[in-house]
Design a protein around this ligand. Structure first.
Ligand code: AMP
Ligand code: GLY
Length: 416
């Protein structure tokens, strides 16, 4: 089996490794990839989606796995182009990936399908936005498009709302697009991942990510400074409610609205006092949740994704460990406002009892690993209990150093 994974980060490194460990022993390729990924997968030269898909066709690729969302909605869409060439793709077509690419589309889908979510109004202008807020703070403002995790502001007061609206509607920081004014929900957040194959689905181990930069869940929002994954994060009863009120109606809604879906769908949920509600959909696995979840997945993930892309949900091919997995992110100087490249990384060889996935690294001219991006490494450890997994993950993370390293010390410990 020949598989090509699309993406570049820690999530894709974790996916590639899980695919590499599959008993079907696939031959792996990656685009654009990274030096770390290229230890497990061969690089592919392509100068755009069309040429990538043409390469897949002429190189007899059996399966394309979409790691990162942007390719799903670029141009004609990765999955759409694969379909034209008859290449099975694990990842949805462009029309279905609007669930992630447009918050307004997702909100309308949720409302049409009676799936619990925060009330929201889409607006074009500052006046309309202020009218929709109606002086009711805190409020949540969301740019209606892909903004690399930076398009959402939870605003405690009018001054912060005005500042965000100015950035988005006047300065057009993220380009053209409307703003959603959304009711502010409260409660713990959980990330639920389902592998969807047409009208069927399999729910993976739930996870929680730590979005803020600093300990105590303070500081600016980031792409995620760590994650914890376990079946035990959510009670059996709560998981049943999530499945009945959110996952199943989503899958039914996709079918009814002729939105084909074969791939991972990420449900960003808030467990509010009145029940779970959807905050967002992402048409991919989470990053860094993927790095926490993948070590808990056993069996033939490669065979599972290939069968799924061909229309068969083969839940018998994989299963999940019962324990806990903790992922600690090591970020570079300046993150999340900026990042610093070129800091030499040491201590990777000293890591024991843990996996290290590379989010943003490269090999320098002397053959050493150095930083290349904001989130640099994900150090992941597992155990039967949360406490042991936390201790192992942080002890392993202690082995690794580079100038400017930033990390949270409460990943897996802080429960919110
Ligand atoms: P999103 O990019 O939509 O996942 O939003 C990023 C973060 O903003 C979420 O993880 C939540 O912490 C917060 N957030 C988003 N929507 C809401 C909401 N309606 N109420 C409260 N917090 C929210
Ligand atoms: N960890 C959040 C995300 O992948 O969007």
């Amino acid at each position: 089996m020949r598989i090509l994974v699309v993406g570049i980060g820690g999530r894709e490194h974790a996916l590639v490794r899980a695919l590499a460990e599959s008993p079907s022993a696939p031959e792996l390729f990656c685009f654009p990839g990274s030096d770390a990924i290229f230890r497990l997968a061969k690089p592919v030269e392509a100068d755009g989606l069309e040429s990538l898909v043409a390469w897949m066709k002429s190189n007899a690729i059996d399966l394309c796995v979409a790691g990162e969302e942007s390719y799903l909605v670029k141009g004609e869409g990765l999955a759409n182009l694969c379909e034209k060439q008859g290449i099975p793709c694990w990842g949805p077509p462009k029309e279905s990936a609007q669930l992630e690419a447009s918050k307004e589309f997702a909100k309308a889908f949720l409302v049409r399908n009676g799936i619990p979510t925060a009330r929201a109004t889409a607006t074009d202008t500052l006046d309309e936005a202020l009218r929709a807020i109606g002086g009711d703070f805190p409020t949540v403002l969301k740019f209606d498009g892909l903004a690399a995790g930076k398009g959402v502001a939870v605003c405690p007061d009018e001054a912060s709302a005005l500042a965000f609206l100015d950035e988005v509607l006047t300065q057009r920081r993220f380009g053209p697009g409307r703003v959603l004014v959304e009711q502010c929900l409260t409660g713990p957040e959980v990330s639920v991942f389902a592998a969807i194959v047409d009208d069927q689905y399999l729910i993976f181990t739930p996870a929680r990510d730590y979005k803020r930069a600093s300990d105590g869940d303070l500081g600016p929002n980031t792409g995620g400074m760590g994650a914890v994954a376990s079946r035990q994060l959510v009670s059996g009863e709560m998981l049943e409610v999530i499945e009945r009120e959110i996952v199943r109606p989503t899958v039914n809604g996709l079918r009814q609205e002729n939105l084909p879906y074969r791939g991972f769908l990420y449900f960003g949920l808030m467990l509010t006092p009145t029940g779970p509600q959807v905050i967002e959909y992402n048409c991919r696995f989470g990053d860094p949740e993927c790095q926490a979840v993948m070590p808990l997945v056993h069996g033939d993930l490669a065979g599972f994704c290939l069968a799924g892309a061909q229309g068969q949900l083969r839940s018998d091919l994989i299963d999940f460990s019962d324990g806990w997995s903790v992922c600690v992110i090591l970020a570079s100087a300046g993150y999340p406002e900026s990042s610093r490249n070129g800091d030499r990384i040491s201590g990777l060889d000293a890591v024991a009892d843990a996996r290290v996935y590379h989010s943003g690294t490269r090999i320098d001219s002397e053959g050493n690993w150095e930083t290349q991006g904001g989130r640099v490494l994900a150090v992941v450890a597992g155990a039967e209990t949360r406490e042991v997994a936390v201790t192992r993950a942080h002890a392993a993370a202690d082995c690794v150093t580079f100038d400017g390293l930033q990390r949270r010390r409460d990943i897996g410990i802080l429960n919110f």
